[in-house]
Each structure stands twice: as C-alpha cells, then as structure tokens.
Design a protein. Structure first.
Length: 512
C-alpha cells in the first residue's frame, strides 16, 4: 500500500461536543439493554408463559443478531453515512423495544429481541466511528473517548440498578419501554447537531459473500458458546456449531484477502495496535461478563439481596469505571503511551478480581466486595478509554465504521464466551464440592442449605480464578502488541492515518 502526500487535517466540527451528548446517550441505551433485561427475565417469563428451556432465547436472540450483524452494520455505516445509520438504528431500536414491551407471547418477545439486536448492530459501530471522525484533536479525543469508555464499561452495571427499580416498582415491560425516550432524544439531537465530515464515506460496492460468511460464522460462534452453557461442551450440536464457525470464518478470511472491496479489509485486523485492542479487550470482557453474573447470583441467592439492593451494590464498580476513564485514562492518555494505561489497568482489575477469589458464604460486603469492585472499576475504566480510542487507530476514514464494529464484535463475542465458559467452570466446581459433601447435603435442614450455598460460592471462586488469569493475559497482550506512542497534544489525531504498524496518533491523515 503506497502512501502519498498528506492531506491537511479537517477543521474541528463546532458541534462536536453537543454531538457527543447524543452519541453517549445512544451508547448508554445499547449497553443498558445488555443487562437490564436479565433482571426482568423471571417476571417476563411468568407473564408470557415462556418455558424454562426457551427462556435463554430472550437473551440469545439479541446476542445472535447483534454479534452476527455487527460487521455488516459497520460497513453499512461507512457506505451509507454514519449519521444516517445512527439515526435509523435509534429509530429501529425504539420500535423493537416498543414491540418487546407490548409482547403478548413468546414468539413476539423473541422477534422483538432479534430486531433489537439487528438495529443495535447498525447503531453501535456508527456511534463509535462518528467519534473517531469528529474528534481530531488529541486532547479532545482523549476526553471524548474517556466519556464513551466510562459508559461502555459501566453501563452494564447501571442496567442492573435500573432493571431492579423498574421490575420491582413498575413492571418488567418498562425495561423495554425505557429505551424509547432515550432513542427519541438521541435521534432528534443527532439529526440536528451531527455534521459528518465530507469525504469520509466508503463508496465501494458491498461485499455480499463477506456479509454472508461473517454473519453466519459469528452467529454459529455465539450460538455455540450459548448452547455450551446449557447443553454442555460435548453436545453434538455444540460441537457442530464450533466446527461450522471455524470453517465459515476461515472462508471469510480467504474471501476478504481476494476480493477488491472487502467487507473487513484485513489491514484493519493485522495492524498490531488495533489487533492488540481487539484481542485484549475481548479477553477482558470474558472476565467481566462472568463476574457480573456471579456477583448478581451471589448477592441475590446467597446474601438475599433484593433486585434493587443488588443493583446498588454494583455502584462502587460504576464509580471506579467513571473515575478510571475520565480522570485517570483521559488525563494521562495525552502524556503516556496507551499501552502504559491498558496494561496496568487490566492488571489492577486482575488484583480486584483476585480479592473476589476469597468469597465465602459469610463474606462482608464492605470488607471484601466493595474494595474489589473499586479496584476492578478503576482498572477497567483506565484500560477501556484508550482501548476505545485505539479501535480506530491509524485507520482510513472510509473504514472507520467497520473498525469500530470490530471492537463491538470483540466485546459481544467475549461476553458470550465469558458467560458460557466461566459458568461451566463454576457449575463443575459446584458439582465436585457437592459430591465431596454428599452426606451433609443430603441431611437437609439448615445444615444442608449451608452446604448448598457453600458449593455455589466454591463454584464462583473457582471461575473467578480463571477470570484473574484472563485479565493478566489481557495485560500482557496490551503491553506486548500495542506499540503506538502518546498522541501529539495540540495536533490532529490520525483517525485516518497510514496503515503501518508504526503509524502513531500524531501522523496526519494519509491518502491511500
């Protein structure tokens, strides 16, 4: 790929900070939806008559559509215009949420969740790529991505609080209806203030084989991990899904290396800084999604917390993420190399996770869970902010949407893997503990209930040990692969920089 003369950087959009408000609001809505429905699921299942065997599909239908269509959604945003994709994604998400809230049966609910996932796959990459092309000054970019990173990291925990409130004091349907005002405000605001930079669209024809292969490959992968959680890793259909996913994604890579206008140009993946972000962030999300699940069950089932109290119990992690993103990450990103934020950030999160391996039935929330959450939040917030910014590091503006889709894909696939992998490890450890204490468990009464609770906590602690190792691996990958220097403060940021491994934030926009 040859580099030609540098083009002058685009003038900063005067409405960029107003646009950030609406982009952040839309991102919060999407992230909230990932956890808010979990709290409402038991009530919705009862009202709609959804069987125990099918209830997982309320979560899985969303995950499959969202994870499978992200790359397609990112390329549509590049081709059609990010503002257009953003607004249409918001309107579609609101309509799908209204359908879910008004659901009268299982089929209507599952269809609404799949539609939410499909429009989310259009909305999420458009939101991140708009930030990438609108904020071109390094210092401003750090602040903007600090806010975005805090929302991306902490929004899931906010969803637990909001979901608890809405389910306990109103009705489960409001966990869907609450998206509508978010979407309307964000769509109207975005339409009025967002001015997408000229010349940043990708006019190349759409790569249909790439769309089909990537979508089916990612759907097979996400479904494989989801099924593994419920049916086991050796289940025939689970194995078939993993094999099919490997073949489809291998074929996708082959096609992308051959076609003239690929859906996902391999240069987006192979540049070491972006590749390091996708890999380290995906691994970190594996650890975090498993933790949300275990802590929610520990607090509600073992400690007897109500849904609202459980949501509030996650506040220290949210606070840590906000401080880590906006006060540590954003302030230091213009002073130190991103790897020196991401590596130590993931390591600090691992220390917080390490504390939680000491969980016991009678563990104190203030003495153990609170400090662990603060460390986790601070670490993940500090790491998330530069990770979100680096997702579009050195990428041609015409590829900003698909590069943004890749960071969302790594999180979505990471979440599916984390839920299935760590849940399986926890269930196995719980079974071993119950087998070793079968006589006490069979005794019944308070003693038997205590053994059941101890077995559950033993499973959580075993899985959390794996999460510690995964976060340490994230730290090592970030330190080893990410080699870009700190941004050039006061100068333009290369959201459209050259595609070399040595391309740094301070390089001006390069035409290819």
């Amino acid at each position: 790929m040859s580099k030609t003369a540098a083009t002058p950087p685009l003038a900063a959009d005067p409405s960029r900070w107003k646009a950030l408000v609406f982009i952040a609001l839309a991102q919060l809505m999407v992230v909230l939806d990932a956890t808010i429905v979990n709290i409402a699921l038991p009530s919705a299942q009862t009202d709609l008559g959804i069987s125990d065997g099918n209830r997982q599909w309320v979560i899985t239908a969303y995950a499959l559509a969202f994870g499978g269509l992200l790359l397609f959604g990112g390329r549509i945003a590049d081709k059609w215009g990010r503002k257009n994709a953003f607004v249409v994604g918001l309107i579609g998400f609101a309509l799908a949420s209204a359908l879910g809230g008004a659901a009268t049966g299982e089929a209507m609910m599952l269809g609404a969740r799949a539609l939410q996932g499909a429009f989310g796959a259009l909305l999420a990459p458009a939101a991140l790529s708009l930030l990438a092309v609108m904020f071109t000054d390094a210092k401003e970019r750090a602040k903007a991505f600090g806010i975005y990173g805090a929302i991306a990291g902490g929004g899931g925990a906010v969803g637990l609080i909001l979901g608890g409130f809405l389910t306990e004091y109103l009705n489960w349907r409001w966990t869907f209806f609450v998206n509508i005002p978010f979407a309307i405000v964000a769509a109207v605001g975005a339409w009025m203030v967002i001015r997408e930079p000229a010349g940043s669209r990708n006019r190349a024809p759409l790569d249909i084989p790439g769309v089909v292969l990537s979508t089916t490959g990612l759907v097979a992968l996400v479904y494989g991990f989801t099924r593994a959680e419920s049916a086991g890793w050796s289940n025939a259909l689970t194995v078939i899904m993993f094999v099919a996913s490997a073949l489809l994604l291998a074929a996708f890579v082959l096609v992308e290396s051959q076609v003239k206008s690929p859906l996902l140009p391999l240069r987006v993946l192979l540049e070491r800084n972006r590749g390091g972000v996708y890999l380290s962030l995906g691994l970190a999300v594996i650890a975090m999604f498993g933790l949300f699940l275990f802590l929610t069950y520990y607090l509600q089932v073992v400690k007897g917390f109500s849904p609202v109290k459980t949501g509030f119990a996650f506040l220290p992690m949210i606070a840590g993420m906000i401080v880590g993103s906006t006060q540590i990450g954003a302030r230091l990103m213009t002073r130190v190399a991103p790897r020196l934020l991401m590596g130590p950030g993931f390591l600090l999160a691992a220390v917080g996770m390490l504390l939680l391996t000491q969980l016991e039935v009678g563990s104190s929330y203030p003495a153990l869970i609170l400090p662990a959450q603060l460390l986790l939040g601070l670490g993940m917030g500090t790491a998330f902010m530069p990770a979100m910014s680096l997702a579009t590091h050195g990428v041609n503006p015409a590829d900003a949407g698909v590069a943004s889709a890749m960071v969302n894909t790594s999180q979505q696939v990471g979440g599916a893997i984390g839920t299935a992998l760590l849940n399986t490890i926890a269930a196995s450890a719980t079974t071993v503990y119950l087998t070793d204490h079968a006589a006490e468990a069979a005794a019944g009464g308070p003693a038997g209930q205590l053994i059941q609770a101890q077995a559950m906590v033993e499973g959580y602690a075993s899985a959390i040990w794996w999460a510690v190792g995964i976060l340490v691996a994230s730290s090592v990958i970030a330190l080893a692969l990410i080699n870009t220097g700190r941004p050039n403060v006061g100068g333009p940021v290369a959201s459209g920089a050259g595609e070399g491994a040595d391309a740094e934030f301070k390089v001006p926009v390069i035409a290819h």
